[in-house]
Design a protein around this ligand. Structure first.
Ligand SMILES: NC(=O)c1ccc[n+]([C@@H]2O[C@H](COP(=O)([O-])OP(=O)(O)OC[C@H]3O[C@@H](n4cnc5c(N)ncnc54)[C@H](OP(=O)(O)O)[C@@H]3O)[C@@H](O)[C@H]2O)c1
Length: 257
């Protein structure tokens, strides 16, 4: 059990990578505070984690609001008395170019993908300093290090997450607080189906469409949430005690081309 006696906050754990990480951390013995806006889904993840013997609390929160971030940090301390790990995972994907991106989309993207990450760090770092240790993992993207087309606001936000990770790593390296980022390539999550990214409704048609659309990735497939969760576990656990300021690409070789 790599996270026994550790308390972790995972933001945005109602689905996708956050949910997979919550389930993996539960298996590794962590106490968990998990968040998101969709209460029903969050409660279901909470129940799954508890079935694994984990002390897990889901709290509905909108991380684009500072007061909700504060509430989560307070709740983790009240419930468990410590915060050892913060996984800043909550995020949204937005499209557009510099011309077509509206002010509203720009601000929404920056609020949740960048400002909320900073707010959560700002709130937990004082406690980590008092404890004399702590680990922060931010969810970046392969677009933290390379760009792509028609995703201007998202790429700007994930680029910022990359530099925020490095800047904070340097500021807190002597405080025994490590700050790293996992940078996933395209990872197949349920939300893609919900958003109708693939045409058709039967599983076989969708599976074919998914295979076809992942052909650009050197490994010829999309990532799985659990594969990203395992990289988060590496960064969050004592398996990576000398790593800080690192952007860990988990992208099937996409950025190697
Ligand atoms: N999947 C990929 O290909 C990929 C690649 C690179 C990076 N990422 C990053 O991975 C992270 C997770 O995304 P995912 O792919 O797993 O998709 P997802 O299933 O849509 O997960 C996003 C999570 O963020 C939460 N969230 C979004 N806005 C929020 C807000 N304002 N307040 C609280 N929670 C919020 C969502 O919860 P609610 O909707 O319940 O609020 C959900 O739990 C994101 O940061 C994303 O940028 C994903």
């Amino acid at each position: 059990m790599k996270l026994e006696n550790k308390t972790a906050i995972i933001t945005g754990a109602t689905s996708g990578i956050g949910k997979a990480t919550a389930l993996l951390f539960a298996e590794e013995g962590a106490n968990l505070v998990i968040t998101g806006r969709r209460s029903e889904k969050g409660k279901a993840v909470e129940a799954q984690c508890r079935q694994k013997g984990c002390r897990c609390v889901f709290i509905e929160a909108d991380h684009s609001k500072l007061e909700d971030c504060q509430m989560i940090a307070d709740a983790a301390l009240k419930e468990f008395g410590q915060i050892d790990i913060l996984f800043n995972n909550a995020g949204i994907v937005t499209k557009g170019t510099a011309e077509t991106t509206s002010e509203e989309v720009w601000l929404d993207t920056m609020n949740i993908n960048v400002t909320a990450v900073w707010h959560m760090c700002k709130l937990v770092i004082p406690h980590m300093k008092k404890q004399g240790q702590g680990v922060i993992v931010n969810n970046g993207s392969d677009w933290s290090v390379v760009a792509g087309k028609n995703a201007f606001p998202y790429i700007m936000s994930k680029g910022a997450v990359g530099m925020m990770t490095k800047a904070m790593a340097l500021d807190y390296a002597r405080e025994n607080i490590r700050v790293n980022a996992v940078c996933p390539g395209d990872t197949f999550v349920d939300r893609w189906i919900e958003k109708g990214y693939f045409e058709g409704s039967d599983p076989v048609t969708i599976a074919e469409a998914v295979k076809e659309s992942s052909a650009y990735i050197p490994m010829g497939r999309f990532g799985k949430p659990k594969e990203i969760a395992k990289a988060v576990l590496f960064l969050a656990s004592d398996d990576s005690t000398f790593a800080t300021g690192h952007l860990l690409l988990v992208d099937g070789g996409n950025t190697a081309q």
